[in-house]
Design a protein around this ligand. Structure first.
Ligand SMILES: Cc1cc2nc3c(=O)[nH]c(=O)nc-3n(C[C@H](O)[C@H](O)[C@H](O)COP(=O)(O)O)c2cc1C
Length: 182
């Protein structure tokens, strides 16, 4: 299974990017993850679509999504919603033809507060729902109190690592079922 990881944070020391790296490191044999670059995407502007072509970074992201069997999103919460870099990437990916349609998707998120990015993940679920992705319902991965769970750019909290690993294993089964049903 080829998994494309997308972090909603562009920050060097991002907890959410660290979460993705951790997930990539515990995938079972036969699965591999690459992480998409979204920091160089222009802000969504359909004037930039010329003769059916998107700007080069957008074409790259769209091709990566099309080539992926499944998507793993790790998102921060910005002002109680989806961070702009992630929403921008999704908006570009959704332009006709919608590259996200039918893709199995799992969402995770880490934040310092008690809600663990829930207020970002629910609007994200709403957006992905209208884009016809195959969104895994459960388990939901809300990592609260991230300041105590990450050390030196790594997810170090053992129970959280176990929970994320188990959620990923469930997602791999979910994604394989979607693939068989295609
Ligand atoms: C513009 C902005 C808005 C934020 N709003 C929230 C918020 O609503 N809820 C929250 O828990 N954290 C909020 N934060 C703090 C982030 O959770 C924190 O910066 C976290 O480290 C972001 O994830 P990252 O480590 O992956 O970059 C906000 C941060 C920024 C930059």
């Amino acid at each position: 299974m080829k998994i494309l990881g997308i972090s909603g944070s562009l920050r060097q020391g991002s907890w959410n990017s660290a979460l993705l790296r951790m997930a990539g490191g515990v995938l079972a044999a036969g699965h591999e993850m690459t992480v998409a670059e979204i920091g160089d995407l222009p802000l969504i502007n359909t004037d930039l679509e010329l003769e059916g072509r998107f700007p080069a970074p957008v074409e790259r992201l769209r091709a990566e999504i099309l080539a992926a069997d499944a998507l793993l999103l790790a998102t921060p919460e910005y002002n109680a919603s989806i961070p702009a870099p992630l929403k921008n990437a999704i908006d570009w990916a959704s332009r006709p033809s919608n590259t996200l349609a039918g893709k199995p998707v799992m969402i995770m998120g880490a934040s310092p507060g008690v809600l663990g990015t829930a207020r970002a993940q629910y609007p994200l679920r709403q957006t992905l729902g209208v884009l016809n992705v195959q969104l895994m319902g459960q388990p939901e991965v809300f990592i609260a109190g991230a300041g105590q769970k990450f050390t030196d750019g790594q997810l170090t909290d053992a129970p959280t690592r176990e929970f994320v690993s188990a959620a990923l294993a469930t997602f791999m089964t979910f994604a394989a079922r979607v693939k068989i049903g295609e």
